[in-house]
Design a protein around this ligand. Structure first.
Ligand code: ADP
Length: 398
């Protein structure tokens, strides 16, 4: 069965076509600069990348161009678009409505639209992507929405409520939602398989550490808590995002500087985090290099990241009454062994012990990095959100 996975942004449309029977990626690429000029990068498996610069006024045109490449007589990978059994769409926000992926119908589209306020940068683009596929694929091709928030919908109210007056929850749906759910679900399930354990029997803490970073506490096969909140700004400090700060800082800065709400939003989302602290970069490779050359603020940014990560993992262990497995994933979690080592070293009091011979130098591979006598298994599991979306899509349409 062939499944197309689509991840639409406001001016881009990333895609991967899977043969889900064996997990192979048949082709992948990205349509960029939609509505500006247009550039399509298309890479069929085992063949050279193709770059096409052509006018792409909207997402419908972009999706049409992608499909044209998939069936192209020279570098296509299928002979007809009817071979695409279903399309899985990454959708940022499903609000409080969905705890699972769903086949798209008018009600689902209404929910995605109702959540525009909660995911203003992503949800409108995600809906455009769905409608573009509906318009250009054969009628009846199922479209599946896979929500970033869905996995976290099992959190109990004590974990997702904020201590604001209750009517703010009732009127405006202000609560913790959490993000990266597809990744947290994928790596937590995968680690259970990898260890040969029953998913429901494990207390797992998943650490998705990338440009955006979040943690999840998973017990009884369900998400119990997660570090991102109403928006992906909460939790650990990130590439350019503050993570948790005293909320009173916001009106404080506003009064001092006269910044508008939008300017504050930009400050906290785009100019803060390890970039804001170090003044060097949001990229952990640059930070590590600067720190090794004696840049104290780069070192401070790294120290803050490890310290805050430690506190979150420690608090989730407390929340679950213990932890059996800690999983590291995403760009930093998979590649930056001193961050893994730093967090685990701080957790030695809980019986976490990692083996430097297994951890040092490990990049992007599934591996246990704890010692045999560690009370907690520490595992690196590379995330694969696209494959996870394809698998969820297949499960729904089969
Ligand atoms: P995004 O949230 O954009 O998907 P990623 O998961 O790609 O982010 O993570 C980006 C972060 O991962 C960057 O800080 C980068 O420094 C780090 N990273 C990615 N690859 C490596 C690598 N090979 N070595 C060290 N760090 C890496």
């Amino acid at each position: 069965m062939k499944i197309l996975v689509i991840n639409c942004g406001s001016s881009s449309c990333k895609f991967q076509l899977f043969n889900i029977d064996n997990g192979d990626v048949l082709a992948k690429g990205n349509a960029e600069r939609i509505g500006i000029d247009g550039k399509l990068t298309y890479k069929p498996a085992g063949k050279d990348e193709v770059v096409i610069e052509a006018d792409m006024p909207d997402h419908k045109v972009a999706v049409t161009m992608i499909l044209d490449q998939l069936v192209d007589k020279d570098h296509g990978v299928i002979s007809d678009v009817s071979e695409i059994a279903a399309v899985g769409h990454r959708v940022l926000h499903g609000g409080k409505y969905y705890s699972e992926s769903v086949i798209v119908n008018d009600d689902v589209k209404k929910v995605i639209r109702d959540c525009f306020d909660l995911g203003p940068l992503h949800n409108p683009a995600n809906l455009i992507g769905i409608e573009a596929c509906e318009a250009v694929l054969p009628a009846g091709t199922p479209q599946v929405a896979v929500f970033d928030t869905a996995f976290h919908q099992t959190m109990p109210p004590k974990a997702y409520m904020y201590a604001l007056p209750y009517e703010y929850y009732e009127k405006y749906d202000i609560r913790r939602y959490g993000f990266h759910g597809t990744s947290h679900r994928y790596v937590s399930r995968r680690v259970a398989d990898f260890l040969g354990e029953k998913y429901e029997d494990l207390r797992i803490i998943t650490c998705h550490l990338g440009n955006g970073s979040s943690f999840a506490a998973v017990k009884d096969g369900k998400c119990q808590d997660t570090s991102m909140g109403l928006t992906p700004l909460a939790g650990i400090c990130m590439g350019t995002r503050t993570g948790d700060i005293d909320p009173a800082i916001v009106p404080f800065i506003q009064k001092r500087t006269g910044m508008s709400a939008d300017e504050l939003d930009t400050l906290m989302n785009k100019q803060s985090g390890v970039q804001g602290i170090s003044g060097v970069s949001s990229d952990f490779r640059d930070l590590a290099k600067a720190a090794s050359e004696g840049n104290e603020r780069a070192q401070l940014a790294l120290d803050m990241f490890v310290y805050q990560g430690t506190k979150i993992v420690g608090s989730y262990a407390a929340a679950m009454g213990g932890v059996d497995v800690i999983v590291f994933t995403a760009g930093i979690g998979e590649n930056t062994y001193d961050v893994r080592a730093g967090i685990c070293k701080n957790l030695e009091f809980m019986g976490v012990k990692i083996d430097p011979a297994k951890n040092d130098g490990l990049r992007g591979k599934e591996a246990i990095i704890s010692t045999d006598d560690s009370k907690v298994k520490v595992v690196v599991i590379p995330t694969n959100e696209e494959l996870a979306i394809a698998q969820e899509t297949e499960a729904l349409v089969r």
